[in-house]
Design a protein around this ligand. Structure first.
Ligand SMILES: C[S@@+](CC[C@H](N)C(=O)[O-])C[C@H]1O[C@@H](n2cnc3c(N)ncnc32)[C@H](O)[C@@H]1O
Length: 277
């Protein structure tokens, strides 16, 4: 196997040292001697290097050569092994790093991290944004974690094609989401009936839509009086001048077929009226 294909297969994209240092400074400024920090899939150990020297840390790396390299570069202990299986000597309070960018593997890392961490312990991962792209998936993670995320520039890593984010997962009892707009709402909506989902997509009913609906219900053509009757119980707003409103919609959007009678425009038979009003 060439060096490049081995790197691809193991997802070996080491985080630039300056970026690991900046992320640790801004996201883990509160670490102290009581913490035990683990960098799983540590590669050459860029996060190990970034954690201040007085704080206990441990690296885990599958690739034995890289594990040895990380030991030499950082002077920190590194276990050569699979993060999903290795025994750790202590219970971690923080797990930080850059896992290989494969959804199933990241999920497995998070599961393992949840089992290992103390309560209120944190996972801080550089992740591909695709890991957080759909509402239901993210809301499933939020059943176990409080989550906060921020964007990172994609070109932090040479040759990487994915947008990136830095996500903190906290093993909290009361879970909060920071930086996830509309995820909870969309996941909730997706659990409702198709009709409700459609109505929520289309937005509030309008007078134009109501007239179209009335004309369609009456075979495409009807008297104004019949349209009023149809609309009386279905008015989308409490406008007291609602008959006037309906007449205006008929005059401007429907086709007049006789005295006080209107029909759907030809093109509207299969589509709908222009619903602007
Ligand atoms: C994307 S690199 C991250 C390197 C390092 N965390 C950094 O940010 O510089 C991913 C590393 O994970 C290692 N790796 C892949 N699967 C692993 C596993 N199950 N357990 C431990 N290490 C693993 C690979 O060998 C590779 O060195």
């Amino acid at each position: 196997m060439t060096e490049a294909s081995r790197q691809q297969a193991l997802g070996q994209f080491p985080t630039p040292a300056w970026a690991a240092a900046a992320l640790v400074r801004s996201h883990l400024p509160d670490l102290d001697r009581q913490d035990f920090v683990v960098e799983p899939s540590c590669g050459p150990g860029r996060f190990l290097q970034a954690i201040p020297g007085h704080i206990p840390v441990l690296g885990v790396e599958l690739d034995t050569e890289l594990a040895e390299q990380a030991r030499l570069l950082t002077g920190r202990p590194v276990i050569a092994g699979d993060f999903l299986e290795v025994e750790l000597p202590e219970t971690p309070t923080v797990i930080v790093g850059n896992p290989p960018f494969k959804t199933a593997l990241i999920e497995a890392f998070l599961e393992r991290a949840h089992d290992l961490l103390v309560n209120e312990g944190r996972v801080c991962f550089v992740l591909p944004a695709f890991f957080l792209q759909t509402a239901r998936r993210v809301m499933r993670y939020s059943e176990q974690w409080s989550m906060a995320q921020e964007m990172l520039p994609r070109n932090l890593y040479d040759g990487l094609k994915h947008p990136l984010c830095f996500t903190t997962f906290r093993k909290d009892r009361r879970r909060l989401m920071v930086g996830f707009g509309l995820y909870a709402e969309l996941a909730y909506l997706q659990g409702l009936s198709r009709d409700v989902q459609q109505a929520m997509r289309d937005g509030p009913a309008t007078w134009g839509a109501l007239v179209t609906e009335a004309l369609e219900a009456m075979g495409g053509e009807a008297s104004l009086r019949a349209i009023y009757e149809y609309a009386a119980e279905r008015r989308p707003t409490p406008n007291p001048a609602w008959r006037e409103q309906i007449r205006k919609v008929c005059q401007t959007k429907a086709r007049r077929t006789g005295r006080g009678r209107y029909a759907l425009q030809e093109r509207s038979r299969n589509l709908t009226l222009d619903l602007a009003s």
